[in-house]
Each structure stands twice: as C-alpha cells, then as structure tokens.
Design a protein around this ligand. Structure first.
Ligand SMILES: NC(=O)c1ccc[n+]([C@@H]2O[C@H](COP(=O)([O-])OP(=O)(O)OC[C@H]3O[C@@H](n4cnc5c(N)ncnc54)[C@H](O)[C@@H]3O)[C@@H](O)[C@H]2O)c1
Ligand SMILES: O=C(O)[C@H]1O[C@H](OP(=O)(O)OP(=O)(O)OC[C@H]2O[C@@H](n3ccc(=O)[nH]c3=O)[C@H](O)[C@@H]2O)[C@H](O)[C@@H](O)[C@@H]1O
Length: 387
C-alpha cells in the first residue's frame, strides 16, 4: 500500500475535491497534471476550453481516470457554478482575461472578467463556508517607488524602493487614460473584497500573486493555435518570432525588467497551499523567482541563444527590432518597470523556494515550442491560408 502523504506539520493529508475554475488554461493545465500524477485529490475542472488538458481526460485507462471531471461552462452565466462549488472542499479560481494586449483595447471585458465575473465565486465560497484560493497578479503592485526617483538618486540602489512586499508595498498605477491598469485595478479590488469577506464573514482564503510564470502551453502561437492577429504574452510572442525566423520585437527598447519563474517550480508552491490550509489561509503570497531577473532585451537575447541551441538553426543577423508601445499595443498602454518579489512570507509559511534558472527553464520550454510548433509553422509559411 502507498504510504500516506504528509503535510508540513507531519499530519496525513486527506484526499479532497477541488473545484478548479479556468482549469483549461496555462496554469490550470499544469496544476491538474501535478494533482493527477502526484496527489490523491479529485478535480472538477471548469473552463470554456479543454484543449490543454485533453491528455488528462482521455482515454479512460489513464491511472487517474475518475479523479478528474471536465465541465464546459462559462462562469459569466451558468447556474451550475454554485452546485459545483458546494460539491468541492476547495475552490481555485484561475479564470481571467490576462494578456496585456487586451487591457487597453478591451478594458470593459478585462474589468468584467477580473472583477465582476469573480464576484459570485467569492460569494458562493463565503456563503457555503468553502475555502478559496484566488489567483491575483504581481501587477497589483503596479510601478515601483524607484521609478519615481530622480535617475541619479543613490536611493535607486536601495531594495526598499523596489522589492515588492505583500504586506507593506503600495499599489501604484498610472492615470485612468492609461487603460493598461484596468486589469491590475480590477484584480486589486477583488483582492480587497476577498480580504473583507475574510475579515467580516470568516471566509478562508489564500491570494496568489504570480510573478511571470512561464513554460510549455503558455498562451498560443498566432496563426497556429490562436488568432493570427492575436498578441499573447512575451514568451509566446518571442517564441512565435523565433519559429518564424523574424526579429523579436522590443517594445519601447525592451528596458522593462521582469523576474521569470518556471511553471513547474511555481506549481509546487500552489500544491503546498492546497495541502497546508492552516499555513496558507488568510495570506497573500508572492510566487516568483527573484534570482531570474532580466530586462526584456536580455530575455530576447537569451531566448535567441537558447533557440539556436535547441533548433540547430543559426540566429538572424539582426535578431531584434525596436517598436513603440503605441504601435505594438495601441493607445493607453503603460508598463511595470521592475518586479522583484519578496519571498519572506512564502518562505516562512510554506518553506517554498524556486529552483530553476532562467537558462534551464528556457531550454526546456523552447525545446517544447520547437517540437510542438516548428512543423506546423513551416507548413503555414509554405501554404498561407486563402483570404
Ligand atoms: N501566467 C502568469 O504568470 C500569471 C501571472 C499573474 C497572474 N496570473 C493569473 O493566473 C490566472 C491564470 O493565468 P493563466 O496564465 O493560466 O491564464 P490562461 O488564460 O491560460 O487561463 C485562464 C483560463 O480561464 C478560462 N476562463 C476565462 N474566463 C472564463 C469564464 N468566464 N468561464 C470559464 N472559464 C474562463 C480561460 O478559458 C482560460 O483557459 C489568471 O487569473 C491570471 O490573471 C497568471
Ligand atoms: O505574468 C505576470 O506576472 C503578469 O504580467 C503580465 O504582464 P507583463 O509581464 O507585462 O506581460 P508580457 O506580455 O509577458 O510582457 C512582458 C514585457 O515584454 C514586453 N514585450 C512583450 C511582447 C513582445 O513581443 N515584446 C515585448 O517587448 C512588454 O511590453 C512587457 O514589458 C500579464 O499582465 C499577466 O499575465 C500577469 O498578470
């Protein structure tokens, strides 16, 4: 008989049922995979799409068959939602519009998706005394204090002005005309609502603030498994450029800084939250890798080198090209300057630390991108679709 899984306090972990909303997306697909292969928990997987989790749903002979059940539904208008939340011990809400190209061009959809559509989920959890893990974002921090200091100020070197801390850092957004912040603002308000439900009505909640989780199955490759005019997040944009042998587009010079964490490291943090409710409830957690910081330009350079290695194709003579944010994203775009997560809380509560270096995570991810898309791209280039 298999030995019982133990939590961080050496108590046996009881199998639970999880209602996972947005289970068919990038993070959801990796979380489902981990829960099926390494835990005894059951998942009610809710989404409008299931392409990214199809390999977990069929055939019936899979070792976890019966532990995962897909429900195709849109949480905007589906009366089954409350029943599914009631059937589960824990709800994880991942559903959202979360690609920056949408924030300034579809601000209403962005606000509805990230705030209004999440409201009933919070309400049903609170009313039925169900635990909630809600996915927010590092974008709630907005810009750093550092970005407002004079360029020659010695204070710019002081981490107090740029490291982002869950409990003490402020949330600094641009003006209302900068519609980029519609997403961050909607996420901030739903965080405040969840926090208030905890304080006033005793909701057991955990809020996750992911810092640029990347890896296989993130977003889509335009014209292959997504709209040809679509603009996904940077990993998929740059992958698409590399696969098509086009220069990588650097928005406003590629000077913004990001810390990237491997999806598989980040998923381990989420499993710790799921299985250690006493340590996770009532907390907001940054989940990122402070050691993997690069400018977007450096990311482009590194991805170019890694892709050359995994594909065997030489790099272009001019591998990058500058493009203005107005040209690339349209009116109302703005950017976060720098995102370094403080890891004190997640470290103390869950003992979690990221492991994978940026080079290693890009190597496994671009190997996947090449294997999955290179042939399809070649065919699409030879045979462009009839207009
Ligand atoms: N990937 C990251 O690094 C990152 C960073 C910060 C925050 N987040 C947050 O994590 C969550 C998941 O992100 P992801 O990267 O997996 O995004 P994703 O777009 O791949 O996944 C979201 C999923 O939610 C589903 N969905 C959206 N609206 C829905 C609705 N009304 N009804 C049913 N399903 C719906 C989508 O179909 C999609 O499959 C989001 O809330 C996002 O804001 C992600
Ligand atoms: O992943 C996160 O932690 C959060 O941040 C992302 O926001 P951002 O990092 O700005 O999104 P990307 O599209 O990945 O862009 C990163 C940077 O690359 C730049 N970029 C993007 C695409 C491109 O082709 N070229 C380019 O220079 C962008 O301007 C931005 O500075 C998204 O808002 C969310 O998915 C999420 O909440």
């Amino acid at each position: 008989m298999a030995t019982a899984r133990m939590d961080l306090d050496w108590r046996p972990i009881k199998p639970i049922t999880i209602c996972m909303i947005g289970a068919g997306g990038f993070i959801g697909s990796h979380l489902c995979e981990k829960l099926m292969s390494e835990t005894p928990h059951k998942v009610l997987a809710l989404d409008v799409y299931n392409d990214k989790i199809k390999h977990l749903l069929e055939p019936d002979s899979l070792p976890w068959a019966g532990r995962i059940q897909f429900h195709r539904l849109n949480i905007k208008h589906d009366s089954r939602l409350e029943g599914l939340i009631k059937m589960a011990d824990l709800t994880i809400n991942l559903a959202a519009i979360c690609t920056p190209a949408d924030y300034n061009t579809r601000p209403l959809d962005t606000i509805y998706s990230n705030f209004i559509d999440a409201l009933p989920v919070v309400k049903y959890c609170s009313e039925n005394n169900k635990r909630l893990i809600h996915f927010s974002t590092c974008e709630v921090y907005g810009k750093t204090i550092q970005s407002f200091l004079p360029k020659d100020s010695p204070l710019r070197q002081d981490p107090a002005y740029y490291v982002l801390k869950e409990v003490t850092s402020p949330c600094i957004f641009g003006s209302i005309e900068k519609q980029r912040w519609s997403y961050a603002c909607a996420k901030q308000l739903i965080e405040r609502l969840i926090y208030a439900e905890g304080a006033e009505n005793g909701l057991d909640f955990t809020i996750v603030r992911p810092f640029n989780w990347i890896g296989p199955r993130m977003d889509f490759i335009p014209g292959i498994d997504g709209p040809s005019e679509g603009v996904p997040r940077v990993l998929a944009c740059f992958s698409n450029n590399l696969l098509r042998r086009e220069p990588l587009k650097l928005v406003d010079g590629g000077q913004s800084q990001r810390t990237f964490v491997y999806i598989k490291d980040a998923i381990e943090a989420v499993v710790l939250m799921i299985e250690n409710p006493d340590r996770a409830n009532g907390h907001i957690f940054n989940v990122g890798n402070p050691n993997n910081e690069v400018t977007v330009r450096q990311l482009a350079e590194m991805m170019t080198k890694v892709y050359t290695k995994v594909s065997g194709e030489p790099a272009l003579e001019s591998p990058t090209i500058d493009v203005s944010s107005k040209e690339f994203y349209g009116e109302g775009y703005d950017d976060s300057d720098k995102r370094i997560p403080d890891m004190t809380i997640i470290n103390k509560q869950l003992g979690w630390n990221p492991k994978t270096s940026l080079w290693d995570l890009l190597e496994s991810t671009l190997t996947y991108q090449h294997r999955t898309y290179a042939e399809a791209i070649k065919k699409a280039i030879v045979k462009p679709t009839a207009s």
